[in-house]
Design a protein around this ligand. Structure first.
Ligand code: NAP
Ligand code: MG
Length: 475
């Protein structure tokens, strides 16, 4: 229907590079984009452009920088539906999910744009008479952003917006699978008047472009979202040259269903968290620990919901679930489903190519790889558990610590769980997925560097350093 767009790198305000790599729609393989693929030289050019633009950008007042973000939000809002349709075409999620994600990017630009008008430092008393002490938040310089395919516009927005409003310049390497959404986000900002060189894109492979960006000595900080394996490698590269690094990585998010919960309601919470976004969310519910009194009813209810979901074209009206993003991700999902079938009892999980039906597996032991390892597909493992403390112990036995949930009508159980669970996000009677943009987000253990949080006002901390000024006068 629509023809493929040509995507280039953006370096110092110029669109450069020959589009050569094809990107196709995961639903029907129709062409979406041809994309230029960069190398270490492209990264060096982009970092040089960002370095040259940084003092001028940092010299503008915070409200001036914020105003550009606010204008970009309006521009993106005027393109809301076509940008969401592009997102569906390149990543596969449903139009409703994509509209929500683009809405999130718009709101993130608004949130950080308006932070241009807010206090960013403190005024403190001094022990010296007639002396005022205040703190300034200084930008780091050039920051590198490396983002995954699963939220191809929201994650770049929630990294870019705090970086830009606080006076940094940016080089972003979008996920290889999803460059179009980043292109659409960046053009909203450049159309809003962002000066040349302040925001640069280098498309291409993580192993080439991502690697070069992490290793570049002039990149003061790297913020990464993606898998734990890649993240840990990036940590070693950036820290070895004393750069600042923020990693948000994988998860194996658990939902505990207590005896006092309605199993039908809990099944809806689990399905939203585990099957929404085709199960391809870092905070997706992928294991459920159910108490004996609700276990069987819960499993039956969840199986029924799974059976009622038919995957299809994300752009078609009423599609409940989009395709798996790629053949590589599909191969991972199918391997997990084969193991689940062999070692447990599987319902669902049949499919037609990338159109994979959601699945529920029971009868696996707690140390089974399906129960311990991230799959990143629409598969939920349900295990019986006894006692709240036993359930908490199971939740905490994971190497990951991103999101965790509990379904209960007991306030005591909810608070006991929230206090003891090792996860950056805790949800009570709500899906493990779904975040508010004004709330700090990040994980613990193998899910995160667990230093700086993303989102909300705390996001500025990663992109700035604090300077203390003692202001006196001749006595
Ligand atoms: P990924 O394979 O780790 O890739 C993430 C990004 O890193 C991509 O842009 C990738 O480029 C790049 N990259 C790959 N190798 C690199 C290297 N050696 N040096 C520098 N950059 C490199 O993750 P993904 O498959 O895109 O996304 C799925 C994963 O992201 C899941 O594990 C999920 O849990 C995680 N995730 C976490 C969060 C969170 O906030 N905690 C949110 C969303 C997703 P290419 O695309 O070219 O490979
Ligand atoms: Mg990957």
């Amino acid at each position: 229907m629509t023809s493929a767009v040509e995507l280039r790198h953006l370096i110092g305000g110029e669109w450069v590079g020959d589009p050569e790599v094809e990107r196709r729609n995961p639903f029907d393989d129709s062409p979406v984009a041809t994309v230029a693929s960069g190398d270490a030289d492209t990264v060096a050019d982009a970092v040089a452009a960002a370095t040259a633009a940084q003092p001028g950008w940092a010299g503008k007042p915070w409200p001036t920088r914020g105003a550009i973000l606010l204008d970009a939000a309006e521009i993106l809002r005027s393109r809301h539906r076509p940008v969401a349709e592009d997102l569906v075409r390149e990543e596969g999620k449903t139009l409703a999910e994509a509209m929500g994600e683009v809405r999130r990017a718009i709101d993130v630009l608004r949130f950080f744009g308006s932070m241009g008008w807010q206090a960013t430092g403190d005024v403190l008393p001094s022990a010296t008479p007639e002396t005022m002490v205040y703190t300034r938040r200084e930008p780091l310089g050039v920051v590198g952003l490396i983002t995954p395919w699963n939220f191809p516009i929201a994650i770049p927005a929630w990294k870019m917006a705090p970086a830009l409003v606080s006076g940094n310049t940016v080089v972003i390497k979008p996920a290889d699978l999803t460059p179009l959404s980043v292109h659409n986000l960046v053009t909203a900002l450049t159309d809003a008047g962002l000066p040349a060189g302040v925001l640069n894109i280098v498309n291409g492979k993580g192993s080439v472009v991502g690697e070069a960006l992490c290793a570049h000595p002039d990149v003061a900080a790297v913020s990464f979202t993606g898998s734990t394996a890649v993240g840990e490698h990036i940590r070693s590269v950036v820290q070895s040259r004393r750069g600042r690094v923020q990693l948000e990585m994988g998860g194996k998010n658990a939902l505990v269903v207590m005896d006092d919960a309605d199993p039908a309601v809990a099944a809806r919470v689990a399905a939203a968290g585990g099957f929404g976004l085709t199960g391809q969310a870092c905070t997706a519910t992928s294991r459920v620990l159910a108490m004996p009194g609700v276990h069987d009813e819960f499993v039956a209810a969840l199986g029924k919901i799974a059976a009622g979901i038919t995957p299809g074209d994300g752009l078609a009206e009423g599609t409940a679930m989009g395709p798996v993003v790629s053949d590589a991700q599909l191969a991972t999902d199918l391997k997990a489903l084969d193991r689940a079938r062999a070692d447990g009892t599987l319902t669902g999980g049949d499919g037609d190519g990338r159109l994979l039906r959601p699945a529920v597996v029971t009868g696996l032991t707690a140390d089974h790889p399906i129960v311990t390892d991230e799959v990143f597909g629409p598969l939920i493992a349900v295990l019986p558990t006894e006692g709240l403390d036993g359930a908490i112990e199971s939740v905490n036995s994971s190497v990951y610590g991103l999101a965790a949930g509990i379904c209960t009508t007991s306030l005591a159980s909810a608070q006991h769980f929230a206090a003891r669970v090792q996860a950056g996000v805790v949800k009570v009677n709500r899906p493990t997925t779904g975040l508010d943009l004004n709330v700090p987000f990040g994980g613990v253990k193998a899910s995160s560097t667990n230093t700086f949080r993303e989102q909300g006002a705390s996001a500025l901390e990663f992109y700035t350093w604090s300077k203390s000024v003692y202001l006196g006068h001749d006595l």
